[in-house]
Ligand binder design. Structure first.
Ligand SMILES: Nc1ncnc2c1ncn2[C@@H]1O[C@H](COP(=O)(O)OP(=O)(O)OP(=O)(O)O)[C@@H](O)[C@H]1O
Ligand SMILES: [Mg+2]
Length: 301
């Protein structure tokens, strides 16, 4: 694929089908929402490593930590704020300094997270209305440096924050579902997919990119052999009968320990099975964000 070209205007330009290049305004930057039905399945791990893999492939990438209830992204990237905030501004009048947030640059990606606004020992305690306001602030009221896409780490399920992101208007929203082999994770992701299907046809309806199977085996720390962590979900319960499994990511104790220390596997590159999976995932996501040019003369719709 052609590398993405950057105009002097500071607007991202994505190659479009047919080979034309169309400037993208900040409010049109595509979103890849990393979602799941169940908590703890590895959404944040996937979002962080996908963002790093996209950036390594040459895409300017923003990462939005939209899990206001457990904003873990900064810590996974080695950023910690130990000092408590005396106050948190959730709204600033247009034109004032408080109206915009600044994205933080880390390891080649741009990051916006509510965790950077408060100390790590503080809780946000957000109500539904406030959650929407804060997520809007993190996505649309943040000064991004012309990214080509925003990877958004969501909390589990289909509650207020997720619904707000899925319904973002004006931007292509792509959903990546993270599933573990457990039957219960498949059952819960069915709920997510059913919700997304109900939205299909709505003015702003997200595209389902496919699924990432996480914890798809345990990599032995000594011999490297991969053994199953969970029995596979029965075929009548499995989402893989209708959802594309883009990659499988095995569990690695080494990667888990490094992640706790703020060193995601796409930086350490210590677990080749995971690095290969995240690189493949990034290629597939990139292809979906910028479809390959159609041959000359092909009909356009
Ligand atoms: N494939 C993996 N290999 C090693 N460790 C992993 C892997 N996937 C996730 N982990 C670890 O498991 C824990 C849970 O993962 P993570 O925080 O990404 O899940 P989550 O779905 O975002 O959770 P939540 O629903 O609470 O937001 C983390 O400590 C993470 O480092
Ligand atoms: Mg998470």
């Amino acid at each position: 694929m052609e590398p993405l070209k950057r105009p002097l205007s500071g607007l991202a330009i994505l190659p479009r089908a047919g080979g034309s290049q169309v400037p993208v305004s900040p409010d049109e930057i595509p979103v890849v929402a990393v979602a799941s039905g169940k908590g703890g399945v590895g959404k944040t791990t996937v979002a962080v490593n996908l963002a790093l893999a996209l950036a390594a492939s040459g895409l300017r990438t923003g990462l939005v930590d939209a899990d206001l209830y457990g904003p873990d992204v900064p810590r996974m990237l080695g950023l910690r704020r130990r000092q408590d905030a005396a106050q948190l501004t959730v709204f600033g009048a247009a034109g004032t300094a408080a109206a915009r947030l600044q994205a933080v640059e880390r390891h080649g990606i741009q990051l916006a997270s509510a965790a950077l606004l408060i100390g790590e020992g503080q809780g946000l305690g957000v109500t539904a209305g406030l959650a929407e306001l804060l997520v809007r602030r993190l996505i649309s009221d943040t000064d991004w440096d012309s990214p080509d896409c925003l990877v958004v780490d969501l909390p589990p399920g289909t509650a207020d924050i997720q619904q707000f992101v899925f319904a973002l208007r004006g931007r292509p929203v792509h959903v990546l579902a993270v599933v573990t082999p457990q039957a219960i994770a498949h059952q819960d992701v069915r709920r997510l997919l059913a919700y997304l299907q109900r939205r299909a046809g709505a003015p702003a309806s997200p595209q389902i990119l496919g699924g990432v199977e996480n914890y798809s085996g345990l990599i032995c720390a000594h011999c490297g052999e991969v053994t199953p962590m969970y029995p596979a979900a029965a075929s009548e319960e499995s989402v893989w009968t209708f959802l594309e499994r883009i990659v499988s990511v095995p569990f690695s104790p080494r990667a888990a320990a490094d992640a706790d220390q703020g060193r995601p596997v796409m930086l350490t590159r210590a677990v080749p099975e995971q690095v290969t999976a995240f690189e493949l995932l990034a290629r597939r996501v990139r292809d979906r964000l910028a479809p390959p040019a159609q041959p000359r003369g092909a009909a356009s719709d």
